[in-house]
Design a protein around this ligand. Sequence first.
Ligand code: S3P
Length: 426
Amino acid sequence: MIIKKHTNLRGEISVPGDKSISHRSIMFGAISKGITHVEGFLPGADCISTIECFRSMGVDILREGDKVRVEGKGLHGLKAPEHVLDTGNSGTTTRLISGILSGQDFESSLNGDESIRKRPMGRIITPLKMMGADISGSGENGMYAPLTIKPSHLTGIDYNSPVASAQVKSAVLLAGLYADGKTSVTEPSLSRNHTELMLKGFGADVISDGLTAVICPPEELYAQDIQVPGDISSAAYFIAAGLIVPGSEVLIRNVGINPTRAGIIEVCKAMGGSISLLNERSAGGEPAGDILVKYSSLTGTVVEGDMIPTLIDEIPIIAVMAAFAKGRTVIKDAAELKVKESNRIDTVCEGLKAMGCDITPTDDGMIIEGGKMLHGASINSYLDHRIAMSFAIAALASGECDIENAECVNISYPNFYDDLARLAGN
Ligand code: S3P
């Protein structure tokens, strides 16, 4: 895919539904009593993988565009799948579903694509085993997918997670739905809390206290109507484009701005970006608003600490903004970048270096000396949707780029290039 340099991006855009919330709406709907209606669902490949996994376990799920109807089976109504469940490229599907499967009275196996088989599953296998789950993996030390899960009796635990990961937290809380006694998860920094918020809506007894979330097993969960706000991780590309493409002014409508997700807004402000939140409201229990950005002269910043989990998926596009900002940007405490769909420390540094940026990878992030004139380049996306989208924006602001395997945006934002072209007036 060739992306050319552009100026003056002007207009409004609505990004597709939040990926994390879309996954959870299907999963929690499937194990509830009654019919869950979802609006604003993200029809990206990852969330479709979640739908297919639950269809394989006997759940009737009807999808028309971004509207989904899930006929819930109750906590104990899933059926044994006849095949290995295919989680595709989706870490969220793989890890969250493992928590649910640990509590079922049937055996199941999970597998995904080449990237999923390289992503660490020890982080869920360890706590699920502590709860009594009979879960085993493959590869080195049995810590990778494919995973096999056999029926077992679960007992609640108090888990101190070594990583701030919503996928780990959610897997343990979901297993907690099926455990004897209460289950708690404490994280080193707070990760996204969609599971806690949505499970409460489905009637579960979940208490969040600082870095700890506690769940007590319910008799049943009950169906909900869910409105999914736009995904701030998808909005991030247009936020960045508005800030770094000269002459731009972009309004992004209906974006989820849950504080556990909205770190990028703080970073843009710290870089001197003109960014404002309009029309703040609540969309289905999640805060949402419109985001207005205007072209700005950016300066470097430091991104670190507790803020990292609130913007972990936005770091590739933050690095792109930093390349266009005056001065140094340091990104640290973000070693998690190495275990995403690609090793994002390596893939971001490789791409930005190819464009002429002065960028140095570190063990837990990167250092960017911004403000140098960048040029077009050939960019390998490594099949990572967030790398493809980040470099499409870098190309707009600098020079023609050829993005390899650009269609991987399908994972989280199938119409990304069309929306970008529309905003560019093409
Ligand atoms: C997600 C959690 C994050 C994030 C991923 C979606 C979720 O992963 O990077 O894109 O929906 O729970 P980790 O839990 O591994 O940090």
